[in-house]
Ligand binder design. Sequence first.
Ligand SMILES: Nc1ncnc2c1ncn2[C@@H]1O[C@H](COP(=O)(O)OP(=O)(O)OP(=O)(O)O)[C@@H](O)[C@H]1O
Length: 253
Amino acid sequence: MIEVKNLHKSFGDREVLKGIDATFENGKTNLIIGQSGSGKTVLMKNLVGLFDPTEGEVLYDGRNFVTMSKEERIAMRREMGMIFQSAALFDSLSVLENVMFPLDMFSKMTHRERVKRAQACLDRVGLIQAQDKFPGEISGGMQKRVAIARAIVLNPKYLFCDEPNSGLDPKTSLVIDELLHGITEDFNMTTIINTHDMNSVMGIGDNILFIYNGEKEWVGDKTMVMESTNEKLNDLVFASDLFKKVKAAYVKR
Ligand SMILES: Nc1ncnc2c1ncn2[C@@H]1O[C@H](COP(=O)(O)OP(=O)(O)OP(=O)(O)O)[C@@H](O)[C@H]1O
C-alpha cells in the first residue's frame, strides 16, 4: 500500500499539487485521472522520487520515502517497476535481452537463472515466441507488453505506469489493461496508472483518484463513476457523446 499525505509540490511560486491525500492499495489497479495539466505526472514523479515534494509524506507500507536517506531510496527503487509512455526499449537488444536487462544490472542470478526468469515474464505477457526479435520488428502493443515483462522481472511490490495505452488502438489497449490488472492481482502489487483512457476507467478502475487543478476532487471505483453526480468528474469521464448516452441510459435504469 502507498499512502500520500498532504502532498504539496510547487515550482517557483506556482503550486501544482495542493495538499493531496490518497491511498493506493495492493492487489488493485489504482488509477489517477484528470484533465491535461492537472498534476497527474507531477504526482507520480513525487511518488517515485523524480521530484521531491515541497511538503507532505509518501509512505510505502508505512516507510516514509520523503525522509529516507539516499541509500534507502536506492533500495526502495528496487521494489518499484516503471512503465513509461513510450515503451522505452533498447533497440539494439533483443526482446529477451531487454527483459533480462534489470536482472543483469541488479540481480546476482546466474545467466541461466536470468534467462529462465525473463522467459517466465515473457510467457506471462504472452510473448515467449517473440523473445529473439528486436523492438523494431514488433508492434507497439507488443512493445508495451515487453515493457510490462521488463517492469515485473525483479518482482516489484509497486508498479507505476504513465499512460500505458498512449498510441495504442482501443482493442490493444484492452489487452494491456487486462494484463496490468491480471499481474496486479497475481503478484498482489500496488499498481498506479496515470490515464486519459476512459475505457480503462470503466474496465480496470478498482480505485480511482480524480485530480482537478492540483487537488483531490473525487475518489471511488468504476461502479461509483457511473453513479456519481460530481459534475467535474462527469465532464471528464463522459465527455464524448457516446459516453454521455451510456451514462444517461445507466441513470435511467
Ligand atoms: N519541471 C517542471 N517545472 C515547472 N512546471 C512543471 C514541471 N513539470 C510539470 N510542471 C507543470 O505542472 C503542471 C501539471 O503537469 P503534469 O504533467 O503533472 O500534468 P498532467 O495532469 O500529467 O497532464 P497530461 O495529462 O497532459 O500529461 C503543468 O502546468 C506543468 O506545466
